[in-house]
Design a binder for this molecule. Structure first.
Ligand code: PLP
Length: 400
């Protein structure tokens, strides 16, 4: 029967046949998911990973990406969150309760530390800091519940003694959470590494970086091989209403195909820059896990057998250069843009004040201001030229 236009505009008269094969999976956008009948409604199991019941829970689009990320990282179960930080917060808020102790490396991603300090103030959770290259500095009490790991760590890029730390955590029945953003599941397998085939309990990955690859989309994931742990995280994920947009998910899915090529290119360019940067006399230290002088280099060599090392390099300037000089250096760069994040096509630069960022004393870090370069997909020769002209500018600025 012919319906009113008002109704016809909502209910399409025909649905085109759905079964075709495409290179990219179809994109689903959903808040409401329509049940075929009341049987389907009453028999839904929201703890079933593939139960489509409401948009926050997921759609074939989000489950496809989650499965893909889990597979790349060597895990089995996955959850997606709207940013890497949101995935970190999911882990902290799910696994830590009043009175617990959590251990973090001194080079932890700063906002993770801020979240933990917030939990410390409100719930009396003790936040303990360890030196990632000295396993003895990790001294858990019987209240310790969670050990955070980052390989390599943020900004100063020390590679941790992953094997030593995970073994010690396991001996004390402490859960291990690795921020796997730097390795992206490509540099090493977090669920099977080292000679003893060790595994962390879960990984968090800022998909914002390498999986997205565009510098334009935010997303995070939590991956595990442990079904019980996954269900625990899954419940918290559900009650907090953590979910991602179908469009963003499809964009990241599309970028995954080229992730290994981009990662390798950015790793290679970073190594080229590393060798050149080491020869510049305005710099007193270059930080990169593949450099034999960098803290944790031996651990990196042991774990990242294929020599992967991502696209991040940090440098410390000679202490004669003050903040104004370093600002002049950064402002003089043309290809390197001033901005947070990494893993995109455009090279980035960021200044950091190490004194405000570290709790422990780090004898391996020289005095001076630190700048981190995130290498994009430009030709490394052009990036070197850009830094060379900015260093000239720095010297002129100093002499003015
Ligand atoms: C190591 C690391 N983990 C997590 C994050 C958080 O990711 P997002 O920017 O998606 O919140 C970042 C962001 O810079 C990061 O560097």
């Amino acid at each position: 029967m012919k319906k009113n236009p008002q109704t016809e505009l909502i209910h399409a008269p025909r649905k085109a046949p759905q079964l075709i094969s495409t290179v990219q999976p179809p994109l689903y956008r959903a808040s409401t998911i329509i049940f075929n009948n009341t049987d389907a409604l009453f028999n839904r199991h929201w703890t079933d990973a593939y139960d489509y019941s409401y948009g926050t829970h997921g759609t074939p689009t989000t489950f496809t990406l989650g499965d893909h990320i889990a597979q790349i990282e060597g895990g089995l179960y996955h959850l997606l969150a709207p940013s890497g930080l949101s995935a970190i917060n999911l882990v902290n808020s799910c696994l830590l309760s009043q009175g617990d102790e959590v251990w973090v490396p001194d080079n932890i991603y700063g906002p993770n530390m801020e979240h933990l300090r917030n939990l410390q103030q409100r719930y009396g959770i003790a936040v303990k800091v360890y030196n990632p290259v000295e396993v003895e500095s990790f001294n858990p009490s019987d209240k310790a519940k969670l050990l955070w790991l980052e390989a390599a760590g943020s900004v100063t890029l020390e590679f941790p003694d992953l094997s030593g730390l995970v073994k010690k955590a396991q001996a004390h029945s402490i859960l291990t959470a690795l921020d796997n953003t730097w390795g992206a599941g490509l540099a090493f397998n977090a669920f099977d590494f080292g000679e003893d085939h060790l595994s962390v309990d879960l990984t968090v990955h800022a998909l914002t970086k390498y999986p997205s690859g565009g510098g334009d989309i935010l997303m995070g994931s939590v991956v595990t091989r442990d079904q019980k742990l996954h269900h625990q995280l899954f419940r918290m994920h559900a009650i907090q209403g953590i979910c991602v947009s179908g469009d963003d998910t499809a964009q990241i899915q599309r970028s995954l195909a080229s992730m290994q090529l981009r990662y390798q290119q950015q790793s290679q360019s970073a190594l080229t820059l590393l060798n050149w940067l080491k020869q510049q006399k305005e710099l007193v230290q270059v930080l990169h896990p593949a450099d034999p002088d960098s803290a944790g280099h031996a651990y990196w060599k042991d774990i990242c057998k294929d020599g992967h090392s991502a696209g991040l390099v940090s440098v410390i300037f000679d202490a004669q250069y003050n903040l104004n000089d370093i600002r002049a250096f950064c402002d003089a760069l043309t290809l390197f843009k001033l901005g947070f994040s990494w893993g995109g096509p455009v090279s980035l630069v960021m200044l950091y004040n190490l004194k405000e960022m570290r709790v422990l004393e780090h004898k391996h870090l020289k005095q001076g201001l630190l700048v981190r370069f995130c290498i994009g997909l430009e030709h490394p020769d052009d990036l070197i030229q850009d830094i060379a002209q900015a260093l000239q500018h720095l010297k002129q600025h100093k002499n003015e």
